[in-house]
Design a protein around this ligand. Structure first.
Ligand code: HEC
Ligand code: HEC
Length: 449
């Protein structure tokens, strides 16, 4: 017993046995795929039985639901793994704690989604209730299940940025732990939508504001800033994350699975090229991507995400091990930007809801700022019947009022209320002048990307 504990401790302290030795006969892409889909990077903080016991915190269920795997995925908005992940949904896995085995999450909890009955690694998870998941896994582990700040305000979005700010505020520049937290201006009302990984290969800068060089490997390691990870672990895993990045760069957008009206799409091509391409680029074999960051006053979408990651955070990041990264002799530091990056639109049919805060449920809404739904809910399922092939995105039910005090927080998070902080749906007025027929044509064209 003591021996296993010591072994576990040794693993956590960075002894080499935990990492599968890099297989040099494989390509970086293959190694990255294995590293991403078979390992955890944050030591487990939940008990081994947390997955099986979570249902005890779902209300007053008398017994464990019959098809538990399905019920668990429905409760939290998780998806079947399209690779071998044992009996767990994508993003949930067994890991190691100081005391032996436990449960943890991996990148796919946010970066794995499904649509039309098919799961994809790299499709942002647009159905995840991260708040309920952390609270109830915490309670199923014998804790109070309180998060130190809000992890998710509205289902399908997360406060991933706040997580990075919070975790870095407990680190010295050399990544050793500091006991008193630095004030880096944490905000937990940014309501972030998850970008699709297959877009990364076109990008020169990444994150919604284009605040990082897209070549940065260390930036991706912010997601393993659990206080249980020591400085040495970061140094040791940098090569693994370079492989993971190579794998992300190999991902391709999924093709539209429903019929496309080719004639209408070709009418949409010229409208797109004359109105949209200057920011979103052109597509096909000779694609172009201008990597434009559009100033806030031009784009006009909600500014909370822009303001929410503070200058103090950027400065601390740049002073730290993360900010020392170089490609050749070029430093890859966090940068300031003046707005939001216009993303490439490959596979855009699959990546609803839209904008950095997921405030527009369909492409049709993106292209008509005057008529966007203001308060709405959706099934939070991802089957063909939940998908709107005409408007391109999720079917929603428009509500005439937001959540009220009688609703449970779980039910309230299913309501997207664009009058609340971080959730504004204004701006991006570039499709407003289209006639309905023109808008339909552009949408048809976008299905082909
Ligand atoms: C809690 C959810 C969550 C987890 C876990 C997570 N991410 Fe993300 N990721 C996000 C969100 C949200 C963004 C967008 C952040 C922003 O710009 O506001 C993002 C952005 C990114 C981007 C930039 C994409 C782009 O095109 O701008 C990459 C690359 C990325 N994540 C990789 C990873 C990797 C690798 C892991 C695991 C080690 C991971 N993420 C874990 C939520 C998550
Ligand atoms: C001036 C630059 C600019 C023009 C012109 C423009 N866009 Fe955008 N677009 C952006 C920016 C910036 C965003 C991201 C805004 C945000 O997330 O807050 C965006 C977001 C989008 C999104 C949502 C992407 C996602 O994954 O969330 C779609 C779809 C889109 N634009 C389509 C179009 C179409 C179609 C046109 C032409 C009618 C167009 N855009 C014209 C800058 C532009």
């Amino acid at each position: 017993m003591i021996r296993t504990r010591l072994m576990t401790l040794a693993l956590l302290l960075g002894a080499d046995c935990a990492t599968a030795q890099a297989d040099t006969t494989q390509s970086p892409v293959e190694r990255g795929k294995t590293a991403l889909l078979t390992r955890d990077y944050n030591p487990a903080t939940w008990r081994p039985n947390a997955y099986d016991d979570a249902w005890k915190h779902w209300g007053d269920l008398k017994e464990k639901p019959k098809d538990y795997a399905r019920a668990f995925m429905d409760r939290y908005g998780l998806h079947p793994a399209p690779y071998d992940n044992g009996r767990f949904p994508m993003g949930v896995r067994e890991g190691t704690t100081f005391l032996g085995k436990g449960m943890t999450v991996d990148c796919m909890i946010c970066h794995g989604g499904s649509i039309n009955g098919k799961s994809y690694v790299g499709l942002g998870n647009s159905t995840f209730d991260i708040q309920a998941f952390y609270e109830e896994m915490g309670r199923a582990s014998g804790g109070k299940g309180k998060t130190p700040f809000v992890f998710g305000n509205v289902r399908g979005t997360s406060e991933a940025g706040a997580m990075a700010v919070f975790l870095l505020s407990y680190r010295q520049p050399d990544l050793s732990i500091r006991l008193n937290r630095l004030d880096l201006g944490l905000r937990d009302d940014m309501c972030e939508d998850v970008p699709a990984w297959w877009l990364l290969k076109k990008k020169k800068t990444m994150y919604h504001t284009g605040g990082s060089d897209a070549r940065s490997v260390r930036s991706l390691m912010q997601f393993m800033l659990s206080p249980l990870n020591l400085r040495e672990t970061f140094v040791k895993e940098e090569a693994t994350f370079a492989d993971i990045q190579a794998y992300l760069l190999s991902l391709e957008a999924p093709k539209y699975p429903f019929p496309i009206d080719r004639e209408l799409a070709s009418a949409g091509t010229s409208l797109f090229e004359s109105t949209c391409a200057r920011c979103h680029g052109t597509y096909g074999d000779k694609w172009t991507y201008p990597n434009k960051i559009v100033p806030l006053d031009v784009i006009g979408t909600d500014r909370r995400r822009f303001d929410g990651i503070s200058r103090a955070f950027g400065e601390h990041y740049n002073k730290s091990w993360f900010g020392e990264e170089k490609r050749g002799n070029q430093p890859l530091k966090a940068m300031t930007s003046d707005g939001y990056q216009a993303p490439p639109l490959d596979g855009v049919w699959a990546t609803a809801p839209y904008f950095h805060n997921g405030s527009a449920p369909t492409v049709h809404d993106v292209l008509n700022s005057k008529n966007r739904p203001k308060i709405f809910t959706r099934s939070y399922r991802t089957d063909a019947e939940d998908y709107d092939q005409i408007k391109l995105g999720w079917k929603v039910r428009v509500l005439d009022k937001g959540a009220d005090a009688s609703m449970s927080p779980y039910e309230s998070r299913k309501i997207y209320d664009t009058t609340l902080p971080g959730r504004g749906n204004a701006g991006h007025t570039f499709g407003d002048h289209f006639t309905d027929a023109e808008r339909r044509a552009v949408i048809e064209y976008l299905k082909t990307l």
